[in-house]
Design a protein around this ligand. Sequence first.
Ligand code: SMG
Ligand code: MG
Length: 368
Amino acid sequence: MDITGFELRRIAMPLVAPFRTSFGTETARDVLLVRVVTPEAEGWGECVAMSEPVYSSEYVDGAAEVIRRFLAPPLMAARDVTASRVAPLLAPVRGHRMAKAALEAAVLDAELRARGESFGAFLGASRDRVPAGVSVGIMDSIPELLDAVDGYLAEGYLRIKLKIEPGWDVAAVRAVRERFGDILLQVDANAAYTLADARTLQKLDDFDLLLIEQPLAEDDIRQHGELARLIRTPVCLDESIGSVEAAADAIALRAARVINIKPGRVGGYLEARRIHDLCRANGIPVWCGGMLETGIGRAANVALAALPGFTLPGDTSASSRYFARDVTPPFVLDDGHLRVPEAPGIGVDPLPDALAEFTTSSEYLTPA
Ligand code: SMG
Ligand code: MG
């Protein structure tokens, strides 16, 4: 496909409730959407970068800028662009994986729509629905946390993830375990601890957690290996895994018994699939993470989560977990699962009215 242009569209989506993590509180999602226009078809990609560089070094204004100046031009200058050529064409630019992933996703969507194939079929999905977990933010009090978890379990979520940080860990986990018994339960620290906290983290061993996600800093893969030898709860890496090479290192260093795969964090769905394949070959379970995506990013994530190595429920929740109104027809829970879209490409179309309601800016990039 030759690329006619890219639309960069910013939308502001209020969240139904504030979402607090060890690095901050989100009350709205400021999302960059990429629409690629080609003679054959159009495609959509969602950039998962947040407003501020606090989950990772990327942030949404920076992603828009690097796309505008450095990433869109070489793609528009090339002929016969396919999704598999996007990463090689963008390789001269270091980093900026979330920005690159959004472009690759848009090109892949257009390519698949043009040939009538769904994301699920292309990626190798082995199921038509995926089990849904939910990520529960840090709350002001334990009673509030128990109410929130109670509500999600009543809706049918099959796995609960608690966000933790120093001071909101053992007591919160104990309260949820005591109140709700034998549910699938895991925690995510977003890099809030150091090895000096190993004693505290050992106390979580009593609660039969599925895993502890990213307890230590992003760059500390070796230290995660040290920690993994000190605690029984399986260590899962999120922020540390930016590529298939990082995943291979983590496995070799025994720093991760489980890996969270987020296509945006690793530079796209093709790299995400490579990490899935590597983990599957090494007996490492994976699950699909979430970045508070709209229906556009969610549709593609749900397709990825249907691959055979995704043996744990993901942070792929229903649209209503995040937004009163989504920009696509909403993803809804059916018996604790989300259906994998079957139509070509990501399988869903943005709703023009909803898109218009939430749009804060739009620009159209064309070849030089
Ligand atoms: O999409 O349901 C979701 C959010 C899941 O907890 C979640 N994501 O570290 O895994 C993670 C966080 C990153 C985003 S927090 C604003
Ligand atoms: Mg995480």
